[in-house]
Design a protein around this ligand. Structure first.
Ligand code: NAD
Length: 369
């Protein structure tokens, strides 16, 4: 009999990665046992007894970490005494960007899967934590902007006069950006969006937003649909165009990322100086350095009356919804892992970072060369 262990996340993390519904499914469908740490669901108002009803066993933290075969976690487990026993950790650790996070697992009997590295394929869609969290972050980014913006999103026609609708510019029309566009449109804003990928144009237009196009984009051959770094000429043209559009925007939601790399700076000092007074930037790429030159990760700052919010984890502000999606993603991955009998499984090899104490992920290996 194999055990899954789930311990409490660090204090800043309000989401959890496995809920009673999936615990019960893991026990009944995958024939696993589940340990949970006391109070695991307190941030979401879910009592231990609800977890116990689903079949989980409340256990103390060190026992869980020592005895579990699979440890499920969003952030890396803190104060983790790795010990000698073989185990598999499944998380969401952004190790391509933080390669030093692998060090503590090297030369131990530990394997690590980091779900942010799952291939973006149809088969892996139900496990795709990045898409789940990006959707919620895009939605929440717009709601957050409404709180910091000092005027209305929709147009108001009143007896006292007319208020103009807010102008929203979305930089990066991937999963988060499209959700931001949809949310801003629902609130009545005028929305423009920009992405280097021409393929996003149709999606942007179908949501009723205007697509800003820069000519000359080079697709990456093996980039799996992701954006790749561009030439200096392209970036210069792009900056110029963003500069023109940003100077009219009241709200900018920026989401542009290149996996494993520093985020592109799309809002430079010149663009920032050109912005409307009291406008708002929500920079969802803050963790990877930010799309705005002045972004400070995890901080809300004021720059010449422009509010800049650097936050890549806005899904943490809707922890119930985020936990529901994460729990389903983690369960689907676990099911795939437990049932996989292929020698070469692209889903597993795509997100396996460490096998038995050795780094296996090719992109991560290059970071240590
Ligand atoms: P992401 O978070 O890596 O990047 C966000 C967006 O920023 C992307 O659309 C990217 O093109 C854009 N970007 C990067 N550099 C930029 C720049 N210099 N200027 C402007 N925009 C820039 O990406 P994501 O949202 O996770 O999704 C990326 C792609 O993967 C999309 O094509 C998406 O549809 C696809 N995807 C596929 C699946 C699937 O098939 N299972 C699941 C999720 C996403």
């Amino acid at each position: 009999m194999k055990y899954i262990g789930i311990v409490k996340e660090p204090d800043f993390e309000k989401r959890i990665c496995f809920l009673p519904k999936e615990i019960s499914a893991a026990i009944n469908q995958l024939n696993l046992k589940v340990f949970i740490e006391k109070g695991i669901g307190e941030n979401l108002g879910i009592s231990d007894s609800k977890f116990e009803k689903a079949g989980a066993i409340v256990q103390n933290r060190s026992e869980i970490l020592e005895r579990s075969d699979f440890i499920l976690s969003i952030n890396e487990p803190q104060n983790f005494n790795i010990g000698e026993a073989e185990k598999t950790i499944i998380g969401y650790f952004n190790m391509l960007f933080y390669p030093q996070r692998t060090e503590k697992y090297l030369n131990k009997s530990i394997s690590v899967f980091s779900l942010d590295l799952l291939p973006r394929t149809t088969l892996a869609q139900s496990m795709d934590v990045l898409s789940s969290m990006a959707s919620l972050a895009g939605y929440k980014a717009v709601l957050k902007a409404t709180n910091y913006y000092n005027s209305s999103f929709p147009m108001f026609t009143t007896a006292a006069g007319t208020l103009s609708p807010a102008k929203v510019l979305v930089l990066g029309a991937g999963v988060a950006g499209l959700q931001a566009i949809a949310t801003a449109k629902r609130l009545g804003a005028i929305v423009e969006a920009f992405d280097v990928r021409k393929s996003s144009e149709e999606e942007v237009k179908s949501l009723g937003a205007k697509f800003i196009e820069v000519e000359g984009y080079k697709e990456g051959k093996n980039a799996g649909g992701y954006a790749v770094e561009q030439s200096k000429e392209y970036l210069a043209k792009q900056k110029e165009l963003i500069h023109q559009h940003i100077s009219k925007a009241n709200i900018v939601i920026s989401t542009a990322n290149i996996p494993g790399k520093k985020a592109p700076v799309l809002i430079d000092s010149k663009a920032l100086e050109a912005m409307q007074p009291a406008s708002v930037i929500i920079d969802l790429a803050a963790e990877q350095g930010g799309n705005c030159i002045a972004t400070q990760n995890g901080k809300i700052i004021n720059h010449n009356s422009v509010t800049i919010i650097g936050d890549s984890f806005l899904s943490r502000e809707i922890p119930q919804a985020a936990s529901q999606l994460l729990s389903s993603n983690y369960f689907n991955f676990l099911k795939h892992l437990v049932n996989s009998n292929k020698k070469e499984d692209p889903i597993l090899s795509g997100c396996q970072v460490i096998y038995n104490g050795k780094i296996t992920h090719p992109q991560l290996l290059t970071k240590f060369e």
